[in-house]
Design a binder for this molecule. Structure first.
Ligand code: BDR
Ligand code: CA
Length: 327
């Protein structure tokens, strides 16, 4: 079992990432931290609680993080995710026990979870003491600040598997992907941290499209979870069609979790990636050295190919499983 902390900004595709982690036998979800991104921090936090309530999950701790990027003003994405951040269906109101809502800031939750999972931090991990995966699917603000506040957590992180960036693609500007664009300074800290990074970007996620037919199939399952997820994905797909002419819902974020469940879903290449923080037109570009022309040491495993069928099966199976769960 892989232990993960999911740091997210739900967000339709973040929701599916949470569901995939929740339903998987391969993943132990140690907690969810939230960040402002697709919508304001208060909304992404509340949406997370609603998603957990829908799934009948009451034990996974949730900690709220930053309401804005490290230095920039927040950019949100209502045109893609709606004013609530999860438009398209009515989710249940949050019904979580107070014990599941951490009184810590997301940054402190990440630090304390990483350190408490291991008793021998100063001398490195003891045998059998596995390290933890960080899975960020929103702007990297919480993760970057945690690394600055407590650099000793680095040795407790197995890998950061993040959704963000692209080698060849873009969405929020002609040069950049949304998560990296929103907080490029945070992204720069993460990519320069020396921690193994897997970059799951638009090159693969824009190919991982749930068609309108796939979405109708989910709605037709008519379960407690599928009956709400279907219409939510329909909203998201419609927005993606209107803006990008993508024929369905590109499920960006859950690819990260899917890859941790089944490492054959993505094919990666070890590359050097710089983050553009100053460009006039290129803020947030992940500048990937595909031909090795800079001579700089690779710092990221960049996903370039995806097995879409395997990915879709994982998502369908997870939703089915959550539908069958007795509350
Ligand atoms: C990313 O931006 C957000 O809108 C999605 O949730 C995903 O994390 C895709 O660019
Ligand atoms: Ca997201």
């Amino acid at each position: 079992m892989k232990k993960i902390i999911l740091d997210c900004d739900p967000g339709h595709d973040d929701m599916i990432a949470i569901m995939l982690a929740e339903a998987s036998e391969e993943i132990e979800l140690l907690g969810i931290t939230t960040v402002a991104g697709n919508q304001a921090g208060e909304k992404t936090f509340t949406n997370t609680l609603k998603i957990l309530t829908l799934m009948g999950e009451k034990d996974i701790p949730v900690a709220r993080g930053f309401d804005k990027p490290i230095v920039r003003d927040l950019t949100v994405a209502p045109e893609i995710h709606g004013v609530s951040g999860l438009d398209g269906a009515r989710l249940p109101e949050p019904d979580m026990p107070p014990s599941a809502i951490s009184d810590m800031h997301a940054v402190d939750f990440i630090i304390s979870t990483l350190l408490k999972e291991n008793t021998s931090v100063s001398s490195g991990p003891a045998p059998g003491d596995e390290k933890i995966y960080l899975v960020p699917t929103g702007p990297l603000t919480n993760i970057a600040v945690a690394l600055i506040k407590a650099p000793e957590i680095k040795k407790r992180i197995e890998r950061i598997v993040l959704m963000g960036g692209a080698v060849y693609d873009s969405n929020v500007t002609p040069a950049a992907e949304f998560n990296i664009f929103v907080d490029p300074e945070a992204a720069e800290i993460v990519f320069k941290s020396g921690i193994p990074v897997t970059m799951v970007g638009l090159d693969v996620s824009n190919k991982s499209v749930f068609t309108f037919e796939d979405i109708n199939h989910i709605t037709a399952m008519r379960g407690r979870v599928s009956g709400i997820v279907g219409p939510l994905l329909h909203f998201f797909a419609h927005a993606n069609y209107e803006i990008f002419r993508i024929n369905g819902a590109p499920l960006h974020d859950p690819l990260t979790v899917a890859y941790l469940i089944d490492g054959t879903i993505l094919t990666t290449k070890n590359l050097h990636v710089d983050i553009e923080t100053n460009g006039e037109f290129t803020r947030g570009r992940t500048v990937a050295d595909i031909y090795g022309v800079t001579g700089k040491k690779p710092n990221a495993d960049v996903a370039l190919k995806v097995d879409v069928d395997k990915f879709k099966k994982l998502v369908f199976d997870a939703i089915k499983k959550l539908d069958l769960r007795g509350l």
